[in-house]
Ligand binder design. Structure first.
Ligand code: NDP
Ligand code: ZN
Length: 350
């Protein structure tokens, strides 16, 4: 396939710079997509800076991709050129294990192939993500984007949306539940909107006084300043669920105290390790649970997009010229984004 313009990091400290590479020829089940928009997830930054170890350079990040189909392989029946489609965090999996059979490809027993930084299962090349003009993806890992959603502000649904939707659904969050969302960034602000739409009473925990008014505008019923000990103490034993999107290692114990008995603390922020140690007594004496959750499977990703279309939910986005990606990463580090950068891919072609 034609050469593809992109942005890549060549090392953990290089910053992002223009790069180009060849996308593969279409396999029989492939969909070729011209990318219009791609969200900037904190995971992109973690991978670029090798926070989790094992990053494969050059890294072309991006897993909140929306664009139009330009061509399909001979076996593809679900999509045709012109369709508005999305690609999220995964582009392949073994497709035969019990997890894949259940539509939980993110928990594929062999490990799913991530949109960037994974080895392609067929040709062994490193996958490259959505900070690029085009992408080629097997149809099983492509979702249909409802045409009534604004595509730029829908792009982050492909990661921030599904990562918060999936645990809320899994734990059957709904009317009568009190949900706390920790961290008001890309994932956190989607957690607020989705938990509200599911009927829960929602509180945002933020370090930032400046985000209080906006959290309420987005539908949060209450806001707690997490650095204020008195406010944290007043919240003791009051939440059914906490959805933790904080991207760095942090002390879970003050938050666990805010859960009711039988309450669940759900980690989605990919922090390693959890420190300081969990106080087992906080779990044992109230039968509290600490859980984790990874994105969502393909059927659930489609369900989430349809849910968002029905409830008119999209992300609050700041449009980004890709040439400013390094400054955007600096702002992301300072939690100074309202609330997701989305790259307008036309800026890659200028
Ligand atoms: P953002 O940077 O957009 O938001 C994170 C928020 O956490 C910030 O806005 C800030 O909120 C809060 N925060 C940041 N630093 C600290 C700190 N030092 N102490 C306390 N709170 C802090 O990140 P994303 O929403 O894009 O991603 C969040 C995490 O989720 C990342 O680790 C990412 O890798 C992970 N992730 C996990 C996925 C999964 O499948 N489990 C999928 C996608 C992402 P405030 O200013 O309100 O305090
Ligand atoms: Zn992400």
């Amino acid at each position: 396939m034609a050469n593809t313009r992109a942005y890549a990091a060549s090392s953990p400290t290089s910053g992002m710079a223009p790069y180009s590479f060849d996308r593969r020829e279409l396999r029989p089940d492939d969909v070729a997509i011209e990318i219009d928009y791609c969200g900037v997830c904190h995971s992109d930054l973690h991978t670029v800076e090798n926070d989790w170890g094992g990053s494969q350079y050059p890294v072309v990040p991006g897993h909140e991709i929306i664009g139009r189909v330009t061509a399909v392989g001979q076996d593809v029946t679900r999509y045709q050129p012109g369709d508005l489609v999305g690609v999220g965090c995964m582009v392949d999996s073994c497709r035969t294990c019990s997890a894949c059979d259940s539509g939980l490809e993110q928990y594929c027993i062999e490990g799913s192939t991530m949109t960037y930084g994974s080895l392609d299962r067929h040709d062994g090349t490193v996958t490259h993500g959505g900070y690029s003009e085009k992408i080629v993806v097997s149809d099983r890992f492509v979702v249909r984007v409802p045409e009534n959603l604004d595509p730029a502000s829908a792009a982050p649904l492909l990661c921030a949306g599904i990562t918060t939707y999936s645990p809320l659904k899994h734990f059957k969050v709904g009317k009568g539940h009190k949900v706390g969302v920790l961290g008001m960034g890309g994932l956190g602000h989607m957690g607020v909107k989705l938990a509200k739409a599911m009927g829960a009473e929602v509180t945002i925990f933020t370090r930032s006084e400046s985000k209080v008014a906006e959290a309420k505008k987005q539908g949060a019923d209450h806001v707690i300043i997490s650095t204020d000990k008195a406010q944290m103490k007043a919240a003791a034993d009051s939440f059914d669920f906490l959805l933790d999107t904080i991207p760095v290692a942090h002390d879970l114990n003050p938050y666990l105290k805010c859960l009711k008995y039988d309450g669940t603390h759900i980690l989605v922020g990919l922090l390693t390790p959890v420190e300081p140690a969990l106080q087992a007594g906080l779990l044992v004496t109230k039968r509290r649970v600490v859980a984790g959750s990874l994105i969502g499977g393909m059927p659930e990703t489609q369900e989430m997009l349809d849910f968002c279309a029905e409830h008119n939910i999209t992300c609050d986005v700041e449009m980004l010229d890709i040439r400013n990606i390094n400054e955007a990463y600096e702002r992301l580090k300072k939690s100074d984004v309202k609330y997701r950068f989305v790259i307008d891919m036309d800026t890659l072609k200028q």
